[in-house]
Design a protein around this ligand. Structure first.
Ligand code: NAD
Ligand code: UGA
Length: 434
């Protein structure tokens, strides 16, 4: 089949590369000429493990190409996927659909035959219908149907998530769209991946409900972690104990500094906006959003307390800036709340992140960037581990201690074992372990 991806970000580029690995011919279109130049020069504009090799393989097999030209991009396409950003709209938290609508208009104006426009971006209920209206206004001389195909991949494990998903959700309202989407996903269907067809509205809501449910799960374990600290429990044991119940499951029960990233924060807000519009409150998500915002500030208090109640004039070494490991994505990372708050209290920040520096530098003025973990903690009054990159799991802790001015270790991801840290002579603070 001939497929087109509109947008070459974390979703568009990964999906495009994976579809071409399945054997489809894929053209990726982006309005950002730098991105397309980088891709055409053999580079990858984002950090995602394994993407480099996958893209190279498909490009040299002649199944994957990149262009800024929408006309060239949709020429002969059987399906055109919209994978552009849907950030929170400034001021009100609704999803900003302007990029989606613009892409739909461009596609409809350039199709050269019957095709399906597929919303892969995360979009609120009603968007498929709105895209259908845009297509009707453009009135292309070919049959154009709409499908809603939300994406569930996670950054850092995006290729495996895309090629081995728990399910594929496709919202359709025509046989043509259903048949086309069945063909698109045939390689996964042959691997017995459930392909779940629904109507447009359900598909759109499934995406927001899934992300919001996961956010609630994280919010829940974070509050249980706080309770553990008060009552003398260990949140790792509590999470394991409840997770062994298959009705609950053991995933997404790791406490931390609050969820971040390009999706949970904006998607929970957008769900709440839809709920408000339709007067069907989802109060559990409201509570989760509030608790997650407060949590980042509570992490600042935790660092200040670990430093004896005052960080003014002290250097704090930060390990990890991205919202999770194995990505360079800084969008809504907890570090963007924690670091400026510490700076406001007079702390000097020296930070290290294995891949996040290029995005983080413009977002974190006043921060000194180090080239490694040991350099970041040199002469610091405390080290704060914010993101659990693998290279922070096997630190030479004696070297860390020797480099620190004070042996204070604040571990916001529970990477280390409290008794071992105490034996090494650290004043160690972690999450949900009294
Ligand atoms: P991104 O910001 O990384 O990439 C979006 C790309 O679209 C950019 O390169 C931008 O230049 C391009 N673009 C915008 N308008 C365009 C147009 N008219 N024509 C061509 N290109 C255009 O975004 P992302 O993280 O890949 O997310 C895309 C969507 O997928 C969002 O709705 C997001 O919520 C959803 N999603 C993201 C993830 C994730 O892990 N990042 C996972 C699942 C779903
Ligand atoms: C999330 C979902 O997991 C994907 O299914 C979805 O497709 C994607 O959002 C999206 O819609 O964009 P992602 O944001 O890449 O994926 O990363 P996650 O692994 O879900 O982590 C999100 C945040 O939650 C991170 O800040 C992470 O540290 C935090 N988290 C996650 C926890 O604090 N505890 C956990 O147990 C899991």
């Amino acid at each position: 089949m001939r497929l087109t991806m509109i947008g070459t970000g974390y979703v568009g580029l990964v999906s495009g590369a994976c579809f071409s690995e399945f054997g489809h011919h894929v053209t990726c279109v982006d309005i950002n000429p730098e991105r397309i130049d980088t891709l055409n020069a053999g580079g990858i504009p984002i950090f995602e493990p394994g993407l480099d090799d996958l893209v190279k393989r498909s490009v040299s097999a002649g199944r994957l190409k990149f262009t800024t030209d929408i006309k060239e991009g949709v020429d002969g396409a059987d399906a055109v996927f919209i994978a552009v950003g849907t950030p929170s709209r400034r001021g009100d938290g609704h999803a900003d659909l302007s990029y989606v609508y613009e892409a739909a208009r461009q596609i409809a104006s350039n199709v050269t035959g019957p095709c399906v426009i597929v919303n892969k971006s995360t979009v609120p209920v009603g968007t498929a219908r709105a895209v259908e209206k845009i297509v009707a206004e453009v009135a292309p001389p070919h049959q154009v149907e709409i499908a809603s195909n939300p994406e569930f991949l996670r950054e850092g494990s995006a290729i495996n998530d895309f090629t081995h998903p728990d399910r594929v959700v496709v919202g359709v309202n025509s046989d043509f769209a259903r048949q086309t989407m069945r063909e698109v996903y045939r390689p996964l269907f042959l691997r017995e991946t459930p392909i779940f067809f629904t109507g447009w509205e359900s598909a759109e809501l499934i995406k927001y409900a899934a992300n919001s449910f996961l956010a609630v799960k994280i919010g829940f374990i974070n509050e249980i972690a706080d309770l553990c600290e008060k009552v003398g429990g260990d949140v790792k044991d509590v999470a394991k104990g409840i997770g062994m119940d298959r009705r609950i499951g053991d995933k997404f029960l790791n406490p931390g500094p609050g969820y971040g990233g390009s999706c949970f924060p904006k998607d929970t807000l957008a769900l709440l906006k839809t709920a408000e519009d339709y007067e069907a409150p989802v109060t559990i998500v409201t509570a989760t959003v509030d608790a997650n915002n407060n949590r980042k500030h509570a992490m600042v208090d935790r660092v200040v307390n670990a430093c004896g109640g005052n960080v003014s004039g002290k250097t704090i070494g930060i390990l990890g800036l991205t919202f999770k490991p194995n990505t360079d994505d800084m969008r809504d990372s907890p570090s963007l709340e924690i670091i400026p708050a510490l700076q406001k209290l007079g702390a000097k920040i020296r930070a290290y992140d294995p891949e996040g520096r290029h995005q983080a530098e413009p977002m974190l003025p006043g921060v000194e960037f180090a080239d490694g973990a040991y350099e970041a903690v040199e002469g610091a009054a405390a080290v704060v581990l914010i993101t659990e990159w693998n290279e922070f799991r096997a630190l030479d802790l004696r070297r860390i201690k020797a480099n620190l001015a004070e042996p204070v270790f604040v571990d916001l991801r529970n990477v280390y074992i409290p008794s071992e840290m105490r034996e090494l002579g650290f004043t160690y603070s972690s999450i949900g372990r009294s």
